[in-house]
Design a protein around this ligand. Structure first.
Ligand SMILES: Nc1nc2c(ncn2[C@@H]2O[C@H](COP(=O)(O)OP(=O)(O)O)[C@@H](O)[C@H]2O)c(=O)[nH]1
Ligand SMILES: Nc1ncnc2c1ncn2[C@@H]1O[C@H](COP(=O)(O)OP(=O)(O)O)[C@@H](O)[C@H]1O
Length: 226
């Protein structure tokens, strides 16, 4: 079997992790696993973890580490035969250490985006809750205002993108992320991208992954998508 490829994308809320992950998934055939989407699925399904997580997310707080790792690690175990890109997990050093003991990462992409840009983007972010599709009223608006392009269902704003929760989230992110970034830098797998525009970052991410993803894996994925 060809070697599997494991990547993590780090960055504050609104940094474009979801947007870049979707591009990676469609260009390189990696499975995109978003902790935020997985939490929202669990909230919608009213699982034990979902009910617990909801109380934290509504306050703009992080979900406790033990809840996150108990949720995410079994999900990754289901994916042992796939190459994946993990988005939104790990977010803390404890989560990064738990992930470390479960698998070995090939690449960590870290998005470094100015605070003002983040605030502006998140104010305009709308999502389709059933699919997790993300829109931005300026950057990638839906074809019809307020409505999902594919299902025609209404778009909503995350509770945690509303101004009250937003500032707390961005402030907290920085403190918590620093040791995670330091850990991956020390391991020599960190790749940092700084810009205000996803479209300017994407070509660099794309060429990094083209260089890192094993050729036999890329060939196998191309074969399945044609
Ligand atoms: N104006 C602008 N908006 C962007 C850009 N990249 C992403 N967005 C939007 O910013 C918001 C946050 O992006 P998202 O990928 O959800 O970030 P995440 O929170 O890190 O997963 C979404 O509404 C995106 O559509 C960009 O380069 N410019
Ligand atoms: N790894 C994680 N650890 C703790 N909380 C998390 C994690 N991932 C997601 N969450 C919670 O879910 C919320 C939504 O996550 P996400 O969709 O990734 O939002 P964003 O991309 O805007 O940060 C976060 O604000 C946080 O409360």
């Amino acid at each position: 079997m060809s070697k599997l490829f494991r990547a993590v994308i780090l960055g504050p809320p609104g940094s474009g992790k979801g947007t870049i992950s979707e591009r990676v998934a469609s260009s390189f055939g990696l499975q995109h696993l978003s902790s935020g989407d997985f939490l929202r699925e669990n909230i919608a399904a009213k699982t034990e973890a979902g009910v617990l997580a909801k109380t934290y997310i509504e306050k703009g707080a992080l979900v406790p580490d033990h809840v996150m790792t108990r949720l995410m690690l079994p999900r990754l175990e289901e994916m042992t035969r796939h190459s994946w890109l993990l988005d939104g997990f790990p977010r803390t050093l404890a989560q990064a250490e738990a992930l470390n003991s479960a698998c070995e990462l090939d690449v960590v992409i870290s998005l470094n985006i100015p605070l003002e840009t983040l605030k502006e983007r998140l104010r305009h972010r709308w999502i389709h809750p059933a699919s997790g599709r993300v829109y931005n009223m300026c950057f990638n608006p839906p074809r019809v205002q307020g409505v999902d392009d594919i299902s025609g269902e209404p778009l909503i704003q995350h509770e945690d993108d509303k101004p009250e929760a937003l500032v707390a989230r961005l402030r907290h992110y920085k403190d918590v992320a620093k040791p995670v970034i330091d850990l991956y830098r020390a391991k020599g797998i960190l790749h940092m991208f700084s810009d205000t525009e996803t479209d300017r970052i994407w070509p660099y991410v794309s060429s990094l992954l083209s260089a890192k993803i094993p050729t036999d894996l890329a060939d196998a994925q191309r074969a399945t998508t044609h």
